[in-house]
Design a binder for this molecule. Sequence first.
Ligand SMILES: [Fe+2]
Length: 211
Amino acid sequence: MPKDLLYSYIDAPDLPDWFSIPDVKQWLTLNEEELRRVTTENGWRMPTLPFQNDTSRQQLTYSNGSTAKTTYLFTKMLDDAHVSWAKNNISQSVKDIRFCFNLPGRSSQGPHTDLTRSYTLINVVKQGNSDQDTVFYKMKDSPIFYGLGHTISDYSMLEEIERVRIPPRTWVLLNAGVIHSVENIAQGRFTVQVSFDQLPKNIKLVKPKYA
Ligand SMILES: [Fe+2]
């Protein structure tokens, strides 16, 4: 059986200045309503995906029995110029590129697999605290690659297999079909995310981690 890639560092150029990343320092303290207003003023649109409402309401149960609401991502899809930059500087098989910012005040983006992409290349531009972990899990009695579009609310159903603390301004490719959560993100995080339908063949993996 081939091993499943969990994540890997990628050697790719830093984001160019013309990407016009908003100054999100103030965003880190906003509540849901304020963040919705500010992102809209900056031309962001909430994704119209059907899971969005469900995800934003998702109630998590941790292994110790305590509960909390999940955070979720505000997303801005970037235009063709940004896609072209990613194709020319990362891989021709780039599908889309987006800005993402999670709702502050909630400590976990609960366990899930992504809905619209199999692999996500992430670059943490700004974070409210530096101990934010991406955690990979295996559902008991299921394969590591779990498939796209799932959310799991009960941590006790999961077995942690790996975690990575993504350094700022570093490209890290994540296998989005393996169940993963992001922990300790109550202070907010702004990322640039690049989507792929398959593992890009022409990308050089640096220190890849397999399960
Ligand atoms: Fe994800």
